[in-house]
Design a protein around this ligand. Structure first.
Ligand SMILES: [Zn+2]
Length: 477
């Protein structure tokens, strides 16, 4: 199967592949969309971030139909193999089709995520023969670095309550729910004093970690909280526990795999060591099926300072009681997490202890519930909380007229539509936050290897999904 540039969506896929479009570098591709809108005389909005919304009027006979939002993101993840020379700021992607009918970019990501959706909308905008209601074709920026373009969209731009997202889903599959999120930084100013007592480093190692959306329901250990639990237990059993340092985790959206906690204590070293061993043994048994690689170590070392026993007690208590991990799961969709927290990173900076926590929830009220719990605990233990990047999720809706139309379109092609839900964040959730009664479907062709140089797009599926999408539009009367 060749990559046939006579097909408009292939032509536009090639056009945008010639334009470098890493996240934050979307001006040129955004202007390219604007040029097409101008050429056809369509109304458009291009905002200061270079999000673009192009309005294509209803085709004859659809003037009274509810308008539709369509949406894809302009940016792509820029990854290449080490031995490949490619400048993602300047060079066009080097597209080629293999013998099995997959489209690739030589040595780099292909950007089918989400170039396929962008190409579909450009083809639809450029085709006067299609039948559909008024379309608000929305091209967002900086999706891959935190949905930043979508988060900046304004309600006033839209006058539709139906929406087709062209980023999630697949040829036979529609996404039906995603989570919202918020970042909470929990901090406490510490008072250090010189300390020459014997010191120890508690090390938590060998955990699996994983993405805080995809793996949060798998009972994997959180290295930071396990270090705090062990230290608390040592303090309770042996007495004289003074925190000197703590660090762990790499990213707020990843379950932390490793942590180090340094403390000083004048208590009997043998007792301390026995207590630590007992904790490691208990934790190892708890995690034997989820984190079989877990191990802990207690290493004597020297420290120069610590916080007092009282402050230590506060910090460790806080870390022992903060809610973490899976909080709620869906009773409508099997295996779907719908509310969770992840204490992802901990460190001390300028004598201030900071914990970077990511809260996810499909329902805003669950988000509020988790935030409230953290607030209560912060005020009780003398921590401060700063909340940022909050965006709303997309909770599962049982009856969706748009999903029903898509199901029928696919059924006539012999495809039984599957439904998929994610605990991750999607732009769908941002739109749902802007327009609460929005009816949402997602649709895409088959592609694999997103965010890696192995990314490839199934060209036969690219054809079929476009035909199905056009049929969906035609039925949105
Ligand atoms: Zn994407």
């Amino acid at each position: 199967m060749e990559f046939d540039l006579n097909k408009k969506y292939c032509y536009y896929f090639k056009q945008i592949s010639d334009i470098p479009r890493g996240s934050g570098n979307e001006k040129v591709v955004s202007d390219f969309v604007v040029e097409l809108a101008k050429k056809h005389g369509y109304d458009y909005i291009q905002d200061e971030l270079y999000n673009v919304i192009v309005s294509k009027p209803a085709s004859p006979g659809y003037e009274n139909s509810e308008p539709l939002i369509m949406q894809a993101h302009l940016d792509m993840v820029c990854e290449k193999n080490m031995d490949v020379e490619h400048d993602f700021e300047k060079d066009p992607l080097d597209l080629y089709a293999d013998e099995e009918g997959w489209l690739h970019a030589r040595g780099t990501t292909l950007g089918a995520d989400d170039g396929q959706g962008v190409a579909y909308m450009l083809a639809i905008l450029d085709d006067e023969t299609l039948e559909h209601p008024e379309l608000q074709c929305t091209f967002t920026v900086m999706e891959e670095i935190g949905l930043l373009g979508a988060k900046a969209l304004k309600k006033e731009y839209f006058h539709s309550n139906r929406y087709i997202n062209l980023d999630a889903g697949s040829e036979d599959c529609c996404t039906v729910s995603s989570s919202g999120g918020a970042r909470a930084v929990l901090s406490k100013k510490l008072t250090f004093e010189a300390d020459e007592r014997p010191a120890y480093c508690l090390q938590i190692r060998g955990l699996k970690g994983g993405h805080s959306a995809g793996a949060i329901h798998e009972e994997r250990g959180n290295a930071i909280l396990l270090a705090a639990r062990t230290a608390y237990e040592i303090g309770r059993t042996c007495g004289d526990m003074r925190l000197s340092d703590i660090s762990g985790g790499m990213k707020f959206n990843a379950i932390p795999r490793e942590a180090d906690l340094v403390f000083t204590s004048a208590a009997d070293p043998k007792l301390i060591s026995e207590c630590a061993e007992k904790c490691f043994e208990d934790i190892g048994r708890e995690l034997q099926y989820s984190d079989e690689g877990f191990y802990g170590k207690l290493i004597p070392l020297t420290a120069e300072r610590s916080i007092g026993t009282e402050e230590t007690e506060k910090v460790l208590s806080f870390l022992n009681v903060i809610p973490n991990g899976l909080q709620h799961r869906s009773m409508a969709i099997e295996g779907l997490s719908i509310a969770s927290l992840n204490a992802g990173v901990i460190y001390i900076e300028d004598d201030t202890l900071k914990i970077d926590d990511l809260i996810r929830s499909a329902l805003a009220s669950h988000g509020d519930e988790m935030i409230r719990k953290l607030e209560i605990l912060c005020s009780h233990f003398g921590f401060e909380m700063s909340l940022s990047d909050r965006y709303y999720g997309w909770d599962y809706v049982k009856d969706s007229p748009l999903r029903q139309i898509l199901r029928e379109v696919l059924k006539e092609k012999g495809i039984e539509m599957k439904e998929r839900a994610t605990h991750g964040g999607l732009e769908c959730g941002i739109f749902k936050g802007l327009i609460p009664d929005l009816d949402i479907v997602t649709y895409s062709p088959v592609s694999t290897g997103e965010h890696t140089p192995a990314e490839k797009l199934d060209l036969a599926s690219f054809d079929r999904a476009y035909a199905n999408l056009c049929e969906l539009l035609r039925r949105c009367k």
